[in-house]
Design a binder for this molecule. Structure first.
Ligand SMILES: [Zn+2]
Length: 254
């Protein structure tokens, strides 16, 4: 993967040398353009250049899709499930295979309570997923699928760690009948130290068909864990928004 990116970047720079005497602006475009394009496609979660990524869904009602990443978590997941019940809300849990291995019973509980379980890799390689080889991408997907299968779930949706893409991801997902799901609203709960701005950010941007990204588990600050999700659920209910599981046919890319 890294060699492919290197080749695209170098080819642009070689062309830049060739066209410099003719147009410095064209040379600059060839010199920097491929790098900017690659950066955008790999690291902007909504970018569609490396394959279809769903960022919202089509609806005429006040409905949103609440998605909760990085679980399951022995402390947070049961509390979140109780909150969802209290608000009559549905959510999709994008779970990490290694964490499912520790709490497979939580996957069955999520499904039993009427929610959905989706694939968020086996090991959650935040820093290396963008440059992972086809074999590594395949391993992340297959190990996660097997872990989920043993826990009783067959996922149809996948979300890469922090939304980073990879050149081989789309082919690998298609072969496994998985669709890539990003988000419309990033709550930034994983980097917040106070739940109030997290809740305010989500409610400020909420609109019908939005996909909301939130997190659970040890990666979230103790003051924000579960509390931010509780605040978002309350705020959505007060504004007349229902948290639903949208039919796959209603999902839309940007
Ligand atoms: Zn994650």
């Amino acid at each position: 993967m890294i060699r492919l990116l290197y080749a695209v970047s170098i080819i642009g720079k070689v062309i830049a040398i060739g066209v410099y005497s003719f147009s410095p602006w064209l040379a600059a475009a060839f010199f920097f353009g491929p790098d900017l394009f690659l950066l955008h496609q790999l690291f902007v979660p909504s970018a569609q250049g490396l394959g279809r990524v769903y960022t919202h869904f089509s609806t005429t009602r006040r409905e949103v899709w609440l998605t909760i990443d990085d679980g399951p978590d022995g402390e947070d997941t049961p509390r979140i499930l109780d909150l969802l019940d209290r608000h009559g809300a549905r959510a999709t849990f994008f779970v990490i295979g290694e964490r499912v291995t520790r709490h497979p019973e939580l996957v069955s509980e999520i499904l039993r309570r009427g929610h959905n379980v989706a694939h968020h890799t086996q090991t959650h390689p935040i820093y290396t997923f963008w440059c992972a080889s086809p074999a590594r991408v395949g391993r992340e997907l297959d190990d996660g699928l097997e872990t989920l299968r043993q826990a009783g779930a067959t996922p149809h949706f996948f979300r890469p760690p922090v939304g980073t893409k990879n050149f081989f991801l789309q082919t690998a997902l298609a072969a496994r009948n998985l669709a890539c799901v990003s988000w419309s609203i990033r709550s930034r709960d994983a980097i917040a130290r106070d739940p109030a701005p997290v809740v305010a950010r989500v409610l400020k941007s909420v609109r019908p068909g939005a996909i909301i990204l939130m997190h659970e588990g040890v990666g979230v600050h103790p003051r924000v864990r579960v509390v931010a999700i509780a605040g978002v659920l309350e705020g959505l209910q007060a504004r007349g928004f229902a948290c639903v599981l949208p039919p796959p046919a209603d999902l839309r890319p940007t």
